[in-house]
Design a protein around this ligand. Structure first.
Ligand code: HEM
Length: 469
């Protein structure tokens, strides 16, 4: 969830020793850094120069690491010698000090331990019903032949899920306020790249005022929920209640920290999952064989029922479909780190203060790891000889698939996301086969997450089964 494009990174000496291939950013590259429709292609171009490449331009130098083992080394083995970096520092303006932005290793680790029970299997089992319920509400409002913006529809479902699981039932309006405010902030994210951004944010410069208002609005909304939960003393069976109750050695979170962690989980959990689902519908419509196989599995396992947590393990092909979407359209398409010490990456000495990027987008579609059909949508690659879903995608080197990151900063919501994506897809694909409205050019918008641009208009058609066929 790191946004690194067009950052004003500092210059860093790479020190003595061999230098990685260097690419000078041409005016075209610089345009692609700003134009999010071209960013993925631009980084693919850079990666062609080697597994470790330095991209340099006016006032910035970035290292791009595109080898699975080396990317893993930076994220996992060197986890203590790197911090998150510029993009995350910008996000903390709105989110405060939740675990996504927390750079203090000790409190980060402790806070993760305190949050973890909210993502336990027992908790997920409860949330699973909320997730399937959100999909059932969509199923009930969808009409045959209706044209929808599928990204918005999946966003509505994801919002329903984060709203209810985090803030409790009947919180639609609160969740909407938070997500709308986040959108206001993220749309103006570029302001952070202007030198002196922190000072600028305190001025009456209109975008700065909008950002401040949005931050105030989302923080006060969640603050109200946290205070209400606390004062009532009730357990609402939601994540805010779990965070308020969490303790370690008799000490728990302050209200302020619960607020920061809740906002963080909302931001991190909403758009990523919504985009994974939206891209899945788009890919399914273009891959009829995959869609048929998916529906056959769902018909057999779920039939006319509503899926539960236990069904997830019985839906290997549905899992594989989501896995394959996140391979080709990883919602967190690029991860950023800043070195705090000098070390070597692939034999190249990197100095402290250097920005290093690892891109799931690039590594996930490299034919060296994924074979000649690396660019094809083929969920079968995730199914082993016993017909089970194989998380490691047989034959891939470790680190070739990391949609949820790796190491101590890996996604805390990974299982939540898998559950939501599988349950929503299984619930809706029973009866619906959305069809892309012709005449659209859908591109990737590589912002904080990888969005479909300008969106995906789809017509809601019933499946053969829903038509009674
Ligand atoms: C398809 C859905 C999702 C994807 C692809 C995804 C991806 C990621 C990735 C790649 C990271 C690591 C970022 C880095 O290393 O710089 C991350 C971190 C995180 N994610 Fe997710 N995520 C998803 C869903 C969720 C959900 C549903 C939640 C919570 C409800 C969540 C909460 C978080 C948090 C709190 C972090 C920060 C962890 C830390 O730094 O300790 N994510 N996510």
């Amino acid at each position: 969830m790191v946004d690194v494009i067009a950052y004003g990174g500092r210059r860093a000496r790479t020190g003595d020793g061999p230098k990685p291939p260097r690419v000078r950013a041409s005016p075209k590259t610089l345009r692609a850094l700003v134009d999010r429709r071209r960013s993925t292609a631009m980084f693919e171009g850079v990666a062609k120069h080697g597994d470790v490449v330095e991209l340099g331009g006016p006032g910035f130098r970035i290292w791009l690491v595109s080898d699975p083992a080396l990317a893993r080394e930076v994220l996992v083995d060197r986890g203590r010698q790197v911090t998150k970096g510029f993009g995350i520092r910008m996000i903390s303006i709105g989110l405060g000090n939740g675990i996504l932005t927390n750079e203090d290793p000790v409190s980060h680790k402790r806070n993760r331990r305190l949050i973890n029970p909210a993502f336990s299997v027992t908790a997920l089992r409860k949330y699973a019903d909320v997730m399937a319920g959100a999909a059932v509400r969509a199923d009930e409002r969808w009409r045959v032949g209706q044209e929808v913006e599928i990204t918005d529809e999946m966003g509505r479902i994801a919002l329903d899920v984060v709203g209810r699981t985090l803030l409790g039932d009947e919180t639609d309006r609160d969740a909407r306020t938070v997500i709308d405010s986040l959108e206001v902030i993220l749309r103006r994210f570029g302001i952070g790249f202007i030198p002196g951004a922190t000072k600028l944010l305190e001025t009456n410069f209109p975008p700065a005022v909008k950002i401040r208002n949005a931050v105030a609005s989302m923080r006060s909304t969640v603050e109200r929920v946290v205070v209400d939960h606390k004062q009532s003393g009730r357990n609402y069976d939601d994540i805010v209640s779990a965070l308020l109750a969490a303790t370690e050695d008799g000490e728990g979170f302050t209200e302020q920290q619960v607020l920061d962690e809740t906002l963080t989980l909302m931001l991190a959990g909403f758009e990523t999952t919504a985009n994974a689902l939206a891209w899945t519908w788009w890919l399914l419509d273009q891959n009829a064989d995959v869609a048929a196989k998916l529906r056959a599995e769902i018909d057999t396992v779920i039939g006319d029922g509503v899926p539960t947590y236990d069904d997830i393990a019985r839906l290997p092909y549905t899992m594989a479909t989501i896995a394959e979407t996140m391979r080709l359209r990883p919602p967190a398409w690029i991860l950023e780190r800043e070195t705090t010490e000098a070390f070597d990456i692939g034999g190249y000495p990197v100095a402290a203060g250097q920005t290093v990027l690892m891109s799931p987008w690039i590594i996930h579609r490299d034919p060296r790891w994924w074979g000649p059909d690396a660019h094809s949508y083929r969920p079968d690659r995730w199914i082993n000889a016993d017909g089970a879903f194989d998380h490691s995608a047989p034959g891939q080197p470790r680190g070739a698939y990391f949609p949820f990151g790796a190491g101590s900063r890996m996604c805390i919501g990974e299982q939540f996301a898998w559950s939501e994506a599988v349950l929503v897809l299984a619930t809706l694909a029973r009866r619906w086969a959305p069809v892309i409205v012709p005449g659209q050019r859908v591109r990737t918008w590589a912002a904080v997450t990888l969005r479909p641009h300008p969106g995906i208009r789809m017509r809601l058609e019933p499946t053969a089964r829903a038509r009674g066929g």
